[in-house]
Write a protein that binds this ligand. Structure first.
Ligand code: FES
Length: 104
């Protein structure tokens, strides 16, 4: 588990709905989204053809649309909403005594 700095944690927690915050951790570009007050993390790389998902749009239910071909993924589960056979890489987040950790 990798501890997310306090500054970054606060930015993630205050993210407005539908906005995505990108942080590079251990060389990986990771997107954070805040769905119903809970942070979620996923790789900034579409599993179809590697477009940057941070340039797509995320709705309030946590469904992100890829900017390149429009495939949709659930950022909470990684599931491919359109059932095209792809799976978004998501990362487990965990709070421990008020600190936020990510499992890479
Ligand atoms: S690169 Fe994302 S749908 Fe094709």
């Amino acid at each position: 588990m990798f501890k997310i700095s306090e500054d970054v944690r606060k930015q993630i927690e205050s993210l407005p709905h539908k906005e995505i915050f990108v942080v590079t951790i251990e060389g990986k570009e990771i997107c954070f989204a805040n769905i119903d007050g809970k942070p979620h993390a996923f790789l900034n790389r579409c599993p179809h053809a590697a477009a940057r998902l941070s340039e797509g749009t995320c709705n309030a239910r946590g469904i992100i649309s890829c900017p390149l071909h429009g495939y949709k993924f659930n950022v909470q589960t990684g599931k491919d909403v359109d059932q095209n056979g792809y799976r978004l890489r998501i990362y487990k987040l965990q709070y421990v005594e008020g600190e936020l950790f990510i499992q890479l």
